[in-house]
Design a protein around this ligand. Sequence first.
Ligand SMILES: [Zn+2]
Length: 419
Amino acid sequence: MEHVRKLPGIDPSQSAPTAGEVRDECLFSPDSRPASSPENEYAVFPGFVDVHVHLREPGFSRKETVLTGTLAAAAGGYTDVCPMPNVSPVPDSAPHLEETLKAARGGVVRVHPYGSLTVGEAGEVVSDLEGMANSVVAFSDDGRGVQDEGVMREAMLRAKALCKVVAAHCEVNGLLRGGCIHEGKYAREHGYPGICSESEWREVERDLELVRDTGCAYHVCHVSTKESVELIRAAKADGVDVTCETAPHYLLLDDSDLRDSGDFKMNPPLRDASDREALIAGVLDGTIDVIATDHAPHTAEEKSRGLRDSLMGVVGLECAFPALYTGLVRTGIVPPERIIRMMTSAPAERFGIVRDPDTNYCVWDLGEEYEIDPDKFLSKGRSTPFRGMKVFGKCKMTVCDGRIVWIDDGFDPSEITKR
Ligand SMILES: [Zn+2]
């Protein structure tokens, strides 16, 4: 691990303590709530699992590489990440997937790639799912919706036969009408073309009907609208095999926070306050199962063109937990164990990711307060709406398969196991 050696403070010969040894010295673990204020106390959690990231290799290493993306993951407490297949070549067949798998070997944490649902993510011909099933975590055409119902039905039936999850980016192209941010108050007042909520929930609605027919294991990516939450809640009540994720920015921000900066440009867009509240309700009642970041790095130039013309996508791996901990846990809105479950066991169980919690964990100082500064990110991507946010919670160490893959400047792991 040549690259780990370059990180400040990491001695590659140093063996990591087990999570049990660390946990004995920490204030709370996911199974126990803090008895008192967690200020200035370490907490140990199982390594976080992000089932929705973009590592941009092969094909777009100017935006991110597997190495920089997984270093960012490690710094954010993640030991497992699942990169989406919108790379070049798209992993839509065994030979194309081989290039993604080759790139994935450059990661410092475990990388579980997706295969695409359709050839070239073009939505017309279903990919060679059978030829890829043994080497992918699930199938997705993330980045675009599968417009043709017949194609989606066939993909679901074939994925079901392979016992694989279909993870869907739900978006009806015909309803987008050139929009760049949510069709709401900010868009109206500032004269931007809007993206309507219906462009998301119409496809969720269609897919849930297909899931009822096909019995496929189905996961909705980055849910952003209240209507989607309601549709998924109703489907779950009927016993449909559906799970879903949302991202920290949809839970913590809405269109009243928008500024004319690429930092606020992502797809789906930040919706309005009623959507944000519905998403939090969905987190609390279990309708939303997973928190993923949709870490989507672009170059500085690609994000420099304001709300209207910047590319869609923001980075998230290095600030997800501090933002959630500060905005939802410390405020008493969501219990800490709920957030931790949504970032660890829930995604791992749904996507069949198996790991040993004793050798895959992260240690946090929950009392450390600082300002999110993207210029310090290990990711090549620097665009995040959380820039400048004052947060609590600093990742001090991440251990993946018993190896230290991230250690914060000045942190000595032997200190907390020998106190
Ligand atoms: Zn997407």
